[in-house]
Design a protein around this ligand. Structure first.
Ligand code: NAI
Length: 347
């Protein structure tokens, strides 16, 4: 497939192939859409097997950002960078080179942290361009507190959809992964009176949740089949698959992890088992929403309100899915597409 065919298939506006030999920098910046505002999406540093895999990844991820930002109701389009990891000797030179390419786009693309990049790398980018978000500086944990808060609201929306009210008191919630997002989510759930079951491959993190919040700890391989009302995946992508779905015992799956469905057809498998699934790109948008403080000068209160609106957005997604007899993932895409077609985030 040619590059223009691929752009046509994914619906991209622009792809930039960047190279700075001296800095060891080879990267692709994909701008999927600027209909709702500047393209916003992180920079990934990854050792791809070949150029084609890098290109497919950046096309897929940047398109995903268009949908995520539209569903989050923030005035941004979607973009993404992948830097081909060639073990550059000088990491500062690598990210300065990246900053120069981002700066040349004059605000058409705004970047942030992603897999393989650190806050320190982003500080280097910030030294060259102001078109960077997510450096936080306000709270420990970067953007994760807001992601955790958004996931909590989403679980409440799913509870209302399934059980008629969004109270979580006495409900058992299984959380996979007690990292940045999982920890903040667990605190909210504890505050709401939920019974917590946790796991982490890093046993000390699970133990921390047990001692701080009275959570029950189970082995990583046991969490998916744990008897629980809600399963909240907050670790890896692809965990909803042929092997795991038949074992699930929760009625609701809503969590912070990216790309939870291994393939789109796994959304159908969940629905066939009567499990209510909250599309991850709607549920975990708190982090990108928090970027609006730096990028748009929002107040904390404005940002909180938008993170808390994830609850209502997810309720709307469930309503669209019921009305149109489609999967919740498809309904979330439909909601985002409606906003993009209208050119307005509140459409
Ligand atoms: P993190 O690295 O802080 O936490 C992940 C935790 O999962 C770690 O404690 C790790 O030991 C654990 N883990 C890994 N594999 C596991 C397994 N097989 N079973 C049980 N535990 C396992 O990462 P973070 O930031 O909390 O992100 C979690 C997920 O949420 C990721 O998928 C990330 O892409 C997604 N996400 C995070 C956002 C954020 O604001 N940090 C925003 C949007 C999505």
């Amino acid at each position: 497939m040619s590059i223009f065919e691929a752009m046509g298939q994914y619906g991209h506006e622009q792809i930039l192939f960047n190279r700075d030999e001296a800095a060891g920098y080879t990267a692709v910046i994909a701008i999927h859409s600027t209909v709702l505002g500047p393209a916003f999406g992180g920079t990934r540093l990854w050792a791809y097997a070949d150029e084609k895999s890098a290109l497919v990844d950046v096309l897929r991820l940047s398109r995903g950002m268009t949908y995520k930002n539209a569903a989050a109701g923030i005035p941004f389009g979607g973009g993404k960078t992948v830097i081909l990891d060639r073990r550059a000797a000088d990491r500062v030179a690598l990210f300065r080179a990246h900053g120069h390419f981002v700066e040349r786009l004059a605000g058409r693309y705004v970047t942030a942290q992603d897999v393989g990049t650190t806050l320190a790398d982003l500080e280097v980018v910030r030294g060259v361009t102001r078109h960077v978000a997510g450096l936080g500086g306000r709270v420990p944990g970067g953007v994760s507190p807001w992601t955790g808060r958004g996931v909590f609201g989403a679980i409440r929306a799913a509870a209302r959809e399934r059980w008629g009210n969004d109270g979580l008191g006495g409900r058992t919630i299984a959380v996979q992964g007690c990292g940045a997002v999982g920890t903040y989510l667990l605190r909210h759930l504890h505050g709401a009176g939920a019974k917590l079951v946790v796991t982490d491959v890093d046993a000390s993190r699970a133990a921390q949740a047990a001692s701080e919040l009275g959570a029950k700890v189970v082995a990583p391989e046991a969490i998916l089949s744990e008897p629980a009302d809600v399963l909240a995946p907050c670790a890896l992508g692809g965990i909803l698959n042929d092997e795991s779905i038949p074992r699930l015992r929760a009625e609701i799956v809503v969590g912070g992890a990216n790309n939870q469905l291994l393939e789109p057809r796994h959304g159908r498998m969940l629905a066939d088992r009567g499990i209510l699934y909250g599309p991850d790109f709607v549920v975990n948008a708190g982090g990108v929403i928090s970027g609006c403080i730096e990028l748009l000068g929002w107040s904390e209160a404005q940002m909180h309100a938008k993170v808390d609106a994830i609850h209502d957005t997810l309720s709307e997604v469930f309503a669209i899915a019921k009305r149109d007899r489609i999967l919740t993932e498809e309904a979330a895409e439909r909601l985002a597409e409606r906003r993009i077609a209208a050119g307005r985030v509140d459409a």
